[in-house]
Ligand binder design. Structure first.
Ligand code: ATR
Length: 277
């Protein structure tokens, strides 16, 4: 029997780890999955998606710079995609309708809670950044019912707008948005969702946000310590984690959405950790 075809779409796409990750998932679970990478033209994302599904493709991951377009073109969205305003996963549902999901937040939560055994309920969390990456994870993060989430951003108004957008999803969490000069006391967990690390920059926040029990999590991943994680360890953080586990877990969430089977991510992480970069 022929394999079902899946792919990741982006521009550029050659750096993507997704084909390797999903091939390992398929091998491990015995699912008949073939997973490739497609570079869509910058002005041709929608036609690439339409062609893929009309030729029998079963599911797509979507990456930079097409996540918002994927969200817009889907006729149906999961709750977590709806709030995220961006989609990293597309498939046709049982009625053949193009459906968008966003597995980034679930991947982050799974990495924190399951892989790193970090509690989130009742915790005080500082989130740095207010762009697409942060918006993509806030829904699942708030669903864990932390005591407080402070969103701090270079442009304070964007952090406040995000806090307003998620006000209805916060249950009993105290949710606020501010500039980098706002937070001045220690948090249990600090998540860096800015793209500052890409330029080797560290957001200018007070070192007082880092206490001896603070864990920091840089959503970026790199073979060496990120600039933010180095700063946090120097400021006295207990632990510094990067986004490698989130990368693998968001892929596992997509695989599960498509196939109804959850891969065991631990051996895949062990196989790929040394190859990131
Ligand atoms: P992404 O999809 O990675 O979230 P984005 O939507 O462009 O990309 O958002 C980038 C985020 O990183 C924003 O929060 C941005 O701050 P502004 O909203 O003020 O632009 C933040 N950012 C980018 N470069 C930064 C830097 N050098 N220092 C601090 N924050 C930075």
């Amino acid at each position: 029997m022929a394999n079902d075809i899946y792919a990741v779409v982006g521009h550029p796409i050659s750096h993507s780890k997704s084909p390797r990750i999903h091939s390992l998932f398929a091998e491990q679970t015995g699912e008949a999955v073939e997973y490739t990478a497609i570079q869509a033209p910058l002005d041709g994302f929608e036609s690439t998606v339409t062609t893929f599904f009309s030729q029998g493709g079963r599911g797509l991951n979507v990456t930079v710079p097409f996540k918002e377009q994927a969200w817009r073109m889907a006729a149906r969205r999961t709750w977590r995609a709806e709030k995220a305003g961006a989609a990293n996963t597309l498939y046709l549902d049982s009625e053949g309708v193009l459906t968008a999901d966003n597995t980034d937040g679930a991947g982050l939560v799974r990495d924190l809670r399951h892989n790193h055994q970090l509690p989130l309920a009742g915790q005080r969390i500082l989130v740095l950044g207010a762009g697409g990456a942060v918006r993509g994870v806030l829904g699942p993060l708030l669903a864990e019912r932390p005591a407080a989430v402070v969103i701090a951003n270079r442009t304070a108004a964007k952090a406040q707008a995000l806090a307003d957008l998620f006000a209805a999803d916060r249950a009993d969490t105290e949710l606020t948005g501010c500039g980098f000069d706002g937070p001045d006391s220690a948090f249990d967990l600090i998540i860096n969702g800015t793209s500052a690390s890409l330029q080797g920059d560290v957001p200018p926040i007070a070192p007082a946000v880092v206490g001896p029990d603070t864990t920091v999590y840089d959503m970026m991943y790199a073979p060496t310590l990120t600039a933010f994680n180095r700063w946090a360890l120097e400021a006295g953080a207990a632990r510094a984690l990067d986004g490698f586990g989130m990368l693998i877990e968001q892929a596992a969430e997509s695989f599960q959405a498509w196939r109804g089977v959850r891969p065991d991510t631990a051996p895949v992480m062990a196989a790929l950790r040394d190859t990131v970069g």
